[in-house]
Structure formats: C-alpha cells, structure tokens
Unconditional design. Structure first.
Length: 291
C-alpha cells in the first residue's frame, strides 16, 4: 500500500508536471525554455566545503564532507536530458555528504544544445578526478531517471576499460531512449508523471547522431557482464519499470550482483520525493554508498 503522502505526491506531479511533456510539441517547448540549474542549498554550504570548477566548458560541483569516510559518489541528475538539476537532487546529495561521502556532481550539457556524445568525455573526466583522490572501488556511480541511464552507460564504458567502481545506484533509470517495450504504453496509463511521447522527443534530441540502440543512450543494449554490485530503485507506476526489470534479469543472467527495490504505488524517481517511501529509499542509498 502506498502512503497517503505518496498518493498526494502522485496528484501533485500529475497536475504540475505531466502536461509539460504530454506531446512532442510540449517537449520541444520545454527544451526551448529550460531554466537555470539550482545551486547547492545554503544548508549544504554551511555544513560542508562546496566548490565548483569548469571542465570542458561544463560546470562540475564537488562537495567535500565535514567528516569524510573515504567513500565517494559521482551523482548524475535526471530531467529527461533537457532539464537542469533541482533542489530535490541537492537534498539527496546533501544526505550523502552528511554521511561522509565526497560527492562530485557534473552538470552535463542538456539537449538540444548538447548530446550524449558531449556528455561522456565530461562525466568520465569527473569520475577519473574523483578516482584519483579516493580510488575507483570507493566510488558509487549514482543517478536518477535520465541521469540513471547516463550512470549505467558510464559504468559500462568504465568496465570496458577495466575500471571498476565500487557500486552502482540507479533511481528509476531511463534505459532505452526510444521506449520500445510494448508494456510502456500500458503503464503510461497509470503513471501520473511521465508521458512516452514527450520523452521520445527529448530522447531524439539527446541521442543526436547516435543510433537509438547505441548503449551510450540505451544502456539496456550494452554489456552487463562485469558490472559492480547494482541496486535499482523503481516504483510500479513508472513507465521505466519494464526496462528496469529487463536490466535486472540481464544482470542476473550474466552472473552479476543486482538488487531490485520495486516500490508499490510509487511514482517516478520516488527516492527523491518527500514521502515515507522516499525517505526509506534515500536512507538505503546513503547507507550503501557510505557503509
């Protein structure tokens, strides 16, 4: 059973956000009017050392915790590859830093001005910089939604280069840029937030000249053998659920270590929501990244 707060959250996102991406035209309008990224909150700055640098023309934030544990997180924010980082992302980042994680937050360029081809060299440099400080096996590569897809795609490229992060945490990851699974449309009738038509348009802009089957934009098509221990968090009212289930099955079939946390009644990216389910999931993400 979903909590009353989760039901309220579903109502709020349906009213406030669903209409923004309900058609391809709406998605194009949103791409043309994306606002600026949210800055780290003052509470985070008061508690930890927060700095930023420009890398390859993109901004990259680093949160150095007041009480470091030697563990780190590379966090890639969601937003359909067209929307900037928000306060909801920063709240999870703050919890990670409060628990002692050094958190690096690369603000990759957004579509349509930028594409996946621009993002990968940048986020790889961000990972490599953190790895030089604490070692790759102490890093959790994490992301939500679009950032979850990018997190998995990055990890696949790292493993191909014989670089092995310690963990992967995927929050409602976007794993197939074209949303080709037939079950997506059925779940879309229950999803209060995401609409396939708008997402597919955003996905076309993000992949640029890449094929929709390229693992850099559809990591579900990529190699899963050798992935670090992975946890996938997803609600059962999320159109990304079918692909998340496929990913979990694929990793298990390849002999990998993966855990699925499927939350009944939960909306998209529920660990970021101010709900009991969201708090429980975010606490688990923090514990696994810093424990």
């Amino acid at each position: 059973m979903a909590s009353p707060m989760m039901h309220l959250t579903a109502l709020v996102v349906r009213i406030r956000y669903r209409r923004r991406m309900r058609t391809a035209e709406h998605a194009r309008r949103r791409m043309a009017s994306a606002g600026p990224p949210a800055d780290p909150p003052s509470s985070l700055r008061r508690s930890h050392t927060v700095s930023d640098a420009t890398v390859d023309g993109f901004r990259c934030w680093t949160v150095a915790p007041a009480h470091p544990t030697g563990r780190g997180v590379l966090y890639l924010h969601g937003g359909a590859y067209i929307a900037p980082i928000t306060g909801f992302h920063w709240r999870l980042i703050e919890r990670l830093a409060d628990a002692g994680a050094r958190v690096v937050v690369p603000l990759y360029g957004l579509a349509p001005a930028h594409t996946a081809a621009n993002a990968y060299p940048f986020v790889r440099r961000a990972f490599d910089g953190l790895a030089r400080e604490i070692g790759p096996d102490n890093i959790t590569v994490a992301g939500d939604s679009a950032g979850g897809g990018l997190a998995l795609g990055l990890t696949q490229t790292l493993v191909d280069d014989n670089v092995h992060p310690g963990r992967v945490a995927l929050i409602a990851p976007w794993l197939d840029i074209a949303l080709t699974d037939p079950d997506v449309e059925a779940i879309a009738r229950r999803d209060p937030w995401l609409v396939p038509a708008g997402l597919r348009e955003a996905g076309r802009a993000w992949r640029g000249d890449l094929s929709a089957d390229d693992p850099r934009v559809s990591p579900l098509r990529g190699r899963v053998a050798g992935l670090p221990p992975t946890t996938v968090y997803i609600g059962d009212r999320d159109i990304f659920l079918p692909d998340a289930l496929h990913l979990v099955d694929d990793i298990r079939a390849a002999g990998g270590q993966v855990e699925l946390v499927e939350q009944p009644g939960a909306v998209h990216a529920y660990p970021l929501t101010p709900t009991p389910e969201g708090r429980d999931a975010s606490c688990r993400i923090v514990q696994e990244a810093t424990g």
